[in-house]
Design a protein around this ligand. Structure first.
Ligand code: KG4
Ligand code: ZN
Length: 340
């Protein structure tokens, strides 16, 4: 029988444009609340200044809702965990300052969490599912990240490759904007791609070293392709939307799969753990699951609410750090850029 007292952690995620607050009971989620910021839609991308202001107004009500949903009083909490970075400085400052104040007011330990570790360790949130075993390859794909990480243990991670310019989600969103889709456009490309021919148009893949990525050239290539074809036929995009989306999707998925394959060959590791909002993409999921059949890869894709930015993933890392007594003091600061 487990006689250890229960650990309740309140976790805060504010690295970008979503204010997330979760309450964990050990490695299980009691509540996981995300306050989205619709304000950015009209600008076609996240405006950092507006994001930090929205965090300021969202954070107190989001914490209250998370505690209420969890059925926990703040006096039952064991620790406060927060995202230390990487992310937008103004956004991180709101979450980190709030976490420090709450820890100080309640006299609780404070836990600083690396956002990228959290994306990967989200797979350890207990929901009765099979967990990845170490070592594995952590692939973070979102609007802000594109990384291939060799994960040795809960807190030892090694960066093998990353984007040298745009993140994969940016590649989706920026090309989607050229096609006239609202922000974020990634899901629209995915949706239309399902109806189109992926071989209708050919885009060249960037030549980048080893396990690194580059997406900015692809965006420019697509921009010129659309401009050229729209000159001859102003309705080119409208008439060929599904085929264009399918061809873009095919190219992006193929770039990603090439790099994951390179990492598998380099490390000999066939356990692939995905995190980040772009893992919702149907083309990427299909390509990965196909490799399970053809190459004996083992693929882990978490539930959607744990792939996009959320505080439960901060909470699970907080739990592991709590068990290891890895606490931060009140002089801890947020870092917009920190290495893995
Ligand atoms: O992890 P996330 O919610 O936020 C961060 O960027 O950190 O990821 C959002 C990104 C956006 O770029 C969005 O377009 C992309 O994930 N995304 C998708 C799909 N669903 C979300 N991209 C392609 N296909 C999708 N189905
Ligand atoms: Zn993220």
């Amino acid at each position: 029988m487990n006689t250890n007292p229960p650990i309740y952690i309140l976790a805060i995620e504010s690295s970008c444009d979503d204010t997330g607050v979760a309450v964990m009971h050990n490695d299980r989620v009691l509540s996981n609340v995300v306050a989205k910021q619709d304000i950015h839609e009209q600008y076609g991308g996240v405006i950092p200044e507006l994001a930090s202001r929205a965090h300021q107004s969202n954070i107190v009500p989001t914490v209250e809702v998370a505690l209420q949903k969890a059925g926990i009083s703040k006096h039952q909490l064991s620790a406060i965990a927060f995202t230390q970075g990487p992310g937008l400085m103004g956004s991180l400052l709101v979450g980190s300052s709030f976490a420090k104040s709450m820890a100080m007011a309640l006299d609780l330990p404070l836990i600083a969490v690396h956002h990228m570790h959290a994306h990967i360790l989200a797979h350890f949130i207990e929901e009765g599912q099979e967990k990845p075993t170490f070592p594995f390859l952590g692939i973070t794909i979102s609007g802000g990240h594109t990384q291939i990480i060799k994960v040795h243990s809960h807190d030892k991670m090694e960066l093998l490759g990353e984007t040298t310019d745009d993140a994969i989600g940016e590649a989706y969103d920026k090309t989607a904007k050229l096609l006239g889709f609202p922000y974020p456009g990634g899901p629209f490309i995915d949706q239309y791609a399902k109806e189109g021919n992926p071989k209708a148009y050919t885009f060249t893949k960037p030549k980048v070293e080893a396990m690194d990525f580059s997406f900015s050239g692809l965006k420019t290539q697509i921009m010129y392709f659309l401009q050229k074809n729209s000159k001859g036929n102003p309705n080119f995009i409208k008439e060929n939307l599904a085929d264009i989306c399918a061809s873009i999707q095919h190219t992006i998925v193929s770039i990603l799969m090439d790099k994951i394959s390179a990492a598998v060959a380099h490390t000999g590791i066939q356990s692939i753990v995905i995190g980040g909002g772009v893992s919702a993409n149907s083309g990427i999921r299909k390509a990965l699951y196909d490799r399970e059949k053809t190459h004996q890869w083992k693929v882990f894709i978490p539930k959607f609410e744990y792939t996009t930015d959320n505080a439960a993933m901060i909470g699970i890392v907080g739990y592991f750090k709590y068990l290891n007594h890895q606490f931060a003091d009140l002089t801890t600061v947020a870092f917009p850029r920190i290495s893995v």
